[in-house]
Design a protein around this ligand. Structure first.
Ligand SMILES: [Zn+2]
Length: 164
């Protein structure tokens, strides 16, 4: 009986390996097409977590968001990987390379002010993700992002500094 065991083990193992390979073969097209089906799904997640950490920071700093991303990384609340779009292959390893942060803002800014927006190199012509003052994140076209960023910069021009 003992001599059968290795054979049985081999049979189970090959069945398992076969199942894994078959599932990969079936799921492969779906996994590889994720990129085009869901542009920015990971970026949305990234921006949401960065903004959430900013809001926690603001709680302890009179409502003001941090001066830069480094403050958040140093606090240990966000890992550097969260500041990187997964599609940004040719972009240098830098916290500010993918997601641009419009500084000088805090909990006092209007809900539709842009806090963070994604640069155009990440998702090509599709657009990019934007995180707004009210904490929500959207995937928008580049024209729409440019318009919202412009609006935010104009608001900041006339409403500089914390508003109690
Ligand atoms: Zn992205």
């Amino acid at each position: 009986m003992k001599s059968i065991r290795p054979l049985r083990w081999l049979a189970y193992t090959s069945l398992l390996v076969g199942t894994i390979m078959a599932s990969w073969w079936i799921l492969r097209p779906r996994i590889l097409h994720c990129r085009s089906i869901n542009p920015g799904v990971i970026c949305k997640f990234n921006l949401r977590s960065i903004l959430q950490t900013m809001k926690i920071y603001a709680n302890d700093h009179a409502g003001a968001y941090p001066q830069d991303y480094q403050v958040l990384v140093d606090s240990g609340e966000v890992i550097p990987k969260s500041f990187r779009c997964v599609y940004a292959d040719a972009i240098p390893d830098d916290l500010n390379a993918c997601y641009k942060y419009i500084t000088g803002q805090g909990e006092w800014v209007p809900d539709d002010n842009v806090i963070i927006y994604e640069i155009s190199d990440c998702h090509g012509n599709d657009g990019g993700c934007v995180a707004f003052g009210d904490g929500h994140v959207e995937f928008l076209t580049h024209d729409e992002i440019a318009r919202r960023v412009q609006q935010t910069r104009e608001w900041l021009l006339y409403n500089a500094g914390p508003q109690p």
